[in-house]
Design a protein around this ligand. Structure first.
Ligand SMILES: [Zn+2]
Length: 106
């Protein structure tokens, strides 16, 4: 009988763990569908201060504000992209936002 409860507890733990992984993946997919979530959805800006404004205005799904972890630049098919890696100040979820900064250099 004890073995049955141990097996049941293990199955429940596995089910909760699988659900968390599924929810995290689903949320990641939704985050990539937001403006700037992929290079194809890059947010077009005309100045670098617009990038700061966008980051300040964006909230994590938990309600937390993002902090910039790092930045990088890429050129893709003639489009200059700025990539920001962000981390939520509350839940520490990391995300990325792409900006089209081609207009900044013209
Ligand atoms: Zn968060």
């Amino acid at each position: 009988m004890l073995g049955f409860f141990i097996a049941l507890a293990l199955l429940l733990a596995l089910a909760f763990s699988a659900r968390r992984v599924w929810l995290r993946r689903r949320l990641g997919g939704l985050m990539r569908a937001l403006p700037g979530g992929t290079p194809d959805l890059a947010v077009t800006v005309s100045s670098f201060s617009e990038i700061d404004d966008h980051v300040r205005g964006r909230r994590c799904p938990c309600g937390g504000r993002y902090e910039v972890l790092g930045e990088g630049s890429r050129v893709r098919e003639g489009v200059r992209l700025r990539l920001l890696r962000l981390e939520c100040g509350i839940c520490e979820r990391e995300t990325e936002i792409y900006f089209d900064v081609t207009g900044v250099f013209h």
